[in-house]
Design a protein around this ligand. Structure first.
Ligand code: FEO
Ligand code: CA
Ligand code: CA
Ligand code: CA
Length: 517
């Protein structure tokens, strides 16, 4: 096996050239099949939602990695495809939305639980399995908090579900990111007087739900679809939530706020197996400190907010008051399974002339996840030299190779007047840990036109990479002439889809650690 290890370590990965082709292209050694796409039936009642982002998979039986529950986030909708086929007024959608359109949109966000099974190398949805269900913008969800928010302990729905995570006790976490696009936001002036800033989609015209009910980390029980919002983790544009279980079963959660100059947070629970109680910290990356957002002990917070609930609802303001570092849009977070270092993508910050972003590395003091000090450094910068731009999602495979997706915006990609021209379509990359290519960024998949590859997640045996193809054809202005036709259905309409990527390359890369061990 020493020879096998040497051979695998010398595995040469063929980096693809950048492409602007409207297709999901894969490097040699990989192939894909589509598991499910927007509009597919998952049961007699329900269909798969739009713009799938995060995916994760939990086997029903730990001993069978080929049969389990897939969770998929549905982040947002494109009215042109979902609700308004004459959609034109991109600037003022609230002017012409009808209640029926809004209902259609609310159904198509949230998440899906789908039982999938692999037979003869093909993953297929188990139609009408009792687990199959939708969580939508209308599903009642409990607050996991003792104080009601805006008078409610049960709130209506979830939206903007971007990335997520799973808990050590095998439930799904789905994170509400750009929630202000649906019900707007409450903003405060210098005298702390609130006003409502309208949303871009204008849902509040028909459903006046308080913005404070959104912007949370949501936990979903795979078995029955019940959900709860975790107030203790703060309210902001959560990209993801990545958990680590301490020896005493308390958990540490890392979560970032994907907005220009917002922050990176860490939550340490005070009780085992729960995200209800604990302390939320925010990162000062310049001095390597986790700063507590604790109303009781921080006088600066006591002076501004009436209690801890208000600190958590207005976490962005609280973070700035305690001296958190402004970051360039923190997106996904993963923990290196071998070193325990924490990697955070900082996708870009055009306002600060950071067009290509970077990957931030956090080393907790003494490797302790509940440490309150750390060292921060740039692991890898985006740009021409490393061949990628705007890193977004991350996933480590079983051998500790790091897989990265890019998210250049559709309106800027493939345009001569933007700094992204040479990168062409969004892609999937891997940074191998071993061998001749160790540390290099290698392009292994290229997305269809306007799409972003999201939610990479490995099956428990490491033989399948589940991947979302989100928003293909997003720049379409006329539905009769879409900019993408992926997944190439007869109707020619682009559809967000979840695919399974399999092949020699994935299997080999995932088994290095077994041979080494
Ligand atoms: Fe929904 Fe930050 O990506
Ligand atoms: Ca993202
Ligand atoms: Ca991830
Ligand atoms: Ca992004």
């Amino acid at each position: 096996s020493k020879n096998t290890l040497e051979r695998l370590k010398n595995l040469r990965l063929e980096s693809m050239v950048a492409s602007d082709k409207d297709d999901l292209l894969l490097t040699n050694g990989l192939s894909y099949h589509t598991i499910i796409k927007w509009g597919d039936k998952i049961s007699d009642q329900d269909t798969f939602g739009f713009n799938n982002d995060f995916t994760c998979f939990i086997p029903l039986d730990e001993n069978n990695p080929k049969d389990g529950l897939l969770w998929v986030n549905h982040e947002y909708i494109n009215p042109l495809f979902v609700s308004d086929f004459n959609y034109r007024d991109y600037e003022n959608p609230q002017l012409h939305r009808t209640k029926e359109q809004v209902d259609q949109e609310m159904y198509n966000v949230g998440g899906s639980i789908v039982r999938i099974r692999e037979e003869n190398g093909q993953w297929k949805v188990v139609q009408n399995d009792p687990h199959n269900r939708r969580i939508t913008a209308k599903t009642p969800i409990q607050l996991n908090w003792d104080t009601p928010i805006k008078g409610k302990s049960t709130i209506i729905g979830t939206n903007s579900n971007c990335s997520g995570g799973i808990t050590p006790w095998k439930t799904f976490l789905t994170c509400e990111e750009n929630y202000d696009g649906f019900f707007g936001e409450t903003t405060y002036d210098a005298n702390n007087i609130p006003t409502h800033r309208p949303s871009s989609y204008g849902w509040e015209k028909f459903y006046s739900y308080p913005p404070e009910h959104y912007g949370w980390v949501v936990e979903v029980n795979p078995k029955d679809g019940t959900a709860q919002k975790h107030i203790a983790l703060g309210r902001f544009a959560h990209e993801c939530c990545t958990l680590y279980e301490l020896a005493d079963k308390r958990v540490v959660a890392y979560t970032g706020d994907d907005k220009n100059d917002e922050h990176l947070y860490k939550f340490i629970s005070s009780k085992p197996g729960s995200l209800k109680e604990g302390t939320l910290y925010v990162a000062d990356t310049e001095n390597g400190k986790w700063l507590p957002l604790d109303w009781e002990t921080q006088t600066v917070l006591k002076a501004k907010f009436k209690d801890q609930t208000e600190v958590l609802i207005r976490a962005r303001e609280a973070a700035k008051l305690v001296g958190a570092t402004a970051l360039n849009r923190p997106e996904d977070i993963e923990i290196d399974p071998i070193t325990g270092n924490i990697f955070i993508t900082l996708t870009n910050n055009k306002g600060k002339n950071d067009f290509h972003g970077s990957i931030l590395k956090i080393e907790e003091t003494d490797g302790a996840f509940d440490a309150l000090t750390f060292k921060a450094s740039t692991y890898k910068a985006g740009g021409e030299e490393n061949g990628f731009s705007c890193p977004d999602n991350l996933a480590f495979d079983m051998s500790g190779n790091l897989w990265i997706t890019s998210d250049m915006s559709g309106s800027a990609m493939n345009r001569a007047d933007e700094p992204y021209m040479s990168f062409k379509n969004n892609s999937l990359f891997v940074i191998p840990r071993y061998g001749k290519d160790a540390g290099k960024v290698i392009r292994v998949a290229s997305a269809p036109r306007d799409a972003e590859l999201t939610g990479p997640w490995f099956s428990p045996d490491g033989k399948t990479l589940f991947l979302s193809v989100q928003h293909p054809g997003e720049q379409t202005k006329d539905i009769r002439n879409p900019t993408s036709k992926f997944p190439f259905d007869k109707d020619g309409i682009p559809k967000p889809s979840v695919v399974a990527i399999t092949g020699d390359l994935i299997e080999k890369m995932n088994c290095l650690h077994q041979i080494e061990g």
